[in-house]
Design a protein around this ligand. Sequence first.
Ligand code: ADP
Ligand code: MG
Length: 457
Amino acid sequence: MIGKEEFWDDIKNELSKTMQTISYDMWIEPLEPVCFVDGTFVLAAKTAISKKTIERSYLDQIRDVASSLDSFVTDVEIIVKEQEGEYLKKQSISLPDRGLIVDEKSAKKQEKKTNPFLEKYTFDTFVQGKSNEFALAAAKTVAENPGGKYNPLFIYSGVGLGKTHLLHAIGNFLFKHSPKTKVVYANSENMVNELINVIRGGNNDDSNRFREKYRACDVLMIDDIQFLSGKNSMQEAFFHIFNDLYQSNKQIIITSDRAPKDLPTLEERLRTRFSWGLMVDIQPPDTETRIAILKMKAAHEKFMLSDEVAEFIADNATTNIRDMEGLLNKIIFFSSLANKVIDTKELAYEALRDFIDEKKETLDAETIISTVCRYFSITTTDIFSKKRTKNIVEPRMIAIYLITELLSMPLMSIGQLFGGRDHTTVIHARDKITEEIKTNPRIKIIVADLKNMLLNR
Ligand code: ADP
Ligand code: MG
């Protein structure tokens, strides 16, 4: 990997092409590169206020550019310049969501342990609703009694629905109530990178250290296990760690973007093990819960959120809480920037107009299906039918893929639309076309053509 200065220069160069000059000069230029911690690139802002603004409004963009320049970099973090020294000292502890939290060194230094979990993600800040109550209850039980009856605990849901939040809540709870418990949090993507390095290095010490690190814990959390799909050596390593921990009654908690049975390239023996414990899913929250979440986040920011604006935001982000928070943050940012109260739907719309992708909103499943049918010269009756000939199956899969890509429609409803097929069929079609795009130039072109037709109507 190149040095932090050069890397930051490259990022700035990219950002300057897309950002407005004023914002670029004001927020980006003064940042200074600090270091890389695992896959996280750390930058220092001059003041806490600029840190906050950058996090609210530019972090996503910086992160996207950083990972497009170097796929090893999965996250970007902003710290305040003043705290740089302290931060660098703490570096032996990796940060949440980007790899291991407790390594052997820090585990030994338990007396001086700092809480590595994000403090804002607790059970108290997790709003309970019908869609998540089982997952929340299971997480609480596990936090109170790790290694007890729900082992392993497997939590699955779409993106941005609170899985990582719940893992941190368990971590925070244990840190407070049972500080001796050794908790290891790993993001499976980072775990994979780590193991690849171990294998490449071919060094036995490294490989032992890797195993020890994961085995010497009371609670092991693996976030986003789907990244292990198809990675056989990694699954093998994980399988052994899993068995060791399980046999000694250590708690294992796993999250994934789908149920184990829908992880097609996950080894059967792992899938079987996951089903030994408890599996819970989190559904997208209903309007009431979304509004409650918004109110809580706004109160936390000391922002007066009117009912009207809360409703407006909740209506515009229905399937991903992270996106919904993004909209709220933009409202907060605009009202502080313009020093103006945004308390009606109209004002909220004005502030968010650029972010609510209108094309996406007006695009619907019918349009996608009819466009695909036209493209392949088949009828809509054919595409909805049970016919399994190639000339029908391929357009059907592509249509399903495009719907999952371009709309935020629940997988089950997509299945229903296509003649009552279940959501596994939808996942299969989506994954198949995703794969084909990488390996089959013809499909790649077809999908690009169709996307072009749909998004530039
Ligand atoms: P996932 O890991 O499932 O992709 P996260 O745990 O990262 O999702 O959640 C995304 C964001 O949504 C976080 O900021 C989290 O705090 C918030 N969030 C999700 N569900 C809830 C909830 N029930 N109450 C409060 N905040 C939530
Ligand atoms: Mg997550």
